[in-house]
Design a protein around this ligand. Structure first.
Ligand code: NDP
Length: 243
């Protein structure tokens, strides 16, 4: 099978957790990988160094997804080096809890900004630079199916929005052979879940949470040639958590 070219990937929110696993995996798959981060420059540097130790190529760009200009600036920097982008993974996301009586306007706006608005803007900024046949992957969450806990209404709202976004953008970009898909991980062992991992594992049929590398494996598949007939889809990877 032919490979999508050039072998370039951009991961929004790649310094830690699922995003970092995606950077590692795509680099191992032979992509030169650019990724953004917001605050953890230490983690971003570490990741670039570890990719390079393994013989891959990666570079990091500081860009707050809450800031539309920063997103465009990051894409400009990446395009300057890459020319064109073949794989875009929009992973940056945040979780702030609170039952509806308690959610502040600030937290509401922040989650809408990072988890929804920024996903749209990140894809929009890359569209002029996407190679024909490119791949776009967003990271939603299995909370769109079932949350089961209080205090997650805004997070559930934002992650559910990505199901619709993938469908609409898939139609917009289909004429260029670009696929757009949304992945819904279940509980995954990252900083976002630090503290609650054991309880979540207990609730899972497989009695464990996911590893970031397992989510990255699905990202790799959706970035690759074998997935070329999948578009506008939302795929859940949660070890049966929502069954
Ligand atoms: P982490 O909190 O471990 O990592 C988040 C990553 O996103 C970091 O690289 C962080 O950068 C980056 N990021 C956060 N905010 C911004 C921002 N404003 N601008 C740019 N980058 C930003 O999260 P996870 O790896 O756990 O989650 C990744 C995605 O997967 C999220 O969208 C999350 O909602 C989703 N998800 C996670 C699940 C889980 O159980 N962990 C389950 C289902 C979905 P920095 O290091 O600089 O802070």
């Amino acid at each position: 099978t032919t490979q999508i070219s050039p072998r370039t990937a951009l991961v929004f929110g790649g310094s830690r957790g699922i995003g970092a696993a995606a950077v590692n995996r795509l680099a191992a798959d032979g992509y030169t990988v650019a990724f953004t981060y917001v605050s953890r420059e230490d983690k971003a540097r570490e990741l670039v160094a570890s990719v390079e130790r393994d013989g891959g190529r990666a570079f990091a760009v500081q860009a707050d997804s809450a800031d539309a200009d920063a997103i465009r600036g990051a894409v400009d920097q990446v395009v300057e080096r890459f020319g064109a982008i073949s794989v875009v993974v929009v992973n940056a996301g945040i979780l702030r809890g609170g039952t509806i009586d308690a959610v502040s306007l600030e937290d509401l706006d922040l989650m809408l900004d990072i988890n929804v608005r920024a996903v749209f803007l990140s894809i929009q900024a890359t569209v002029p630079h996407l190679a024909d046949g490119a791949r776009v992957v967003t990271i939603g969450s299995n909370v769109s199916i079932r949350t089961g806990i209080q205090g997650a209404s805004v997070y559930q709202l934002t992650k559910t929005a990505l199901i619709g976004l993938a469908k609409g953008v898939a139609l917009d970009l289909a004429p260029r052979g670009i696929t757009v898909n949304n992945i819904q991980p279940g509980p995954t062992d990252t900083d976002m879940n630090a503290g609650g991992i054991e309880a979540l594992a207990d609730l899972s049929p497989l009695k464990r949470v996911g590893a970031p590398q397992e989510i990255a494996g699905l990202i790799s598949y959706l970035a690759g040639e074998d997935s070329r007939y999948i578009t506008g889809a939302t795929i859940t990877i949660d070890g049966g958590f929502t069954l």
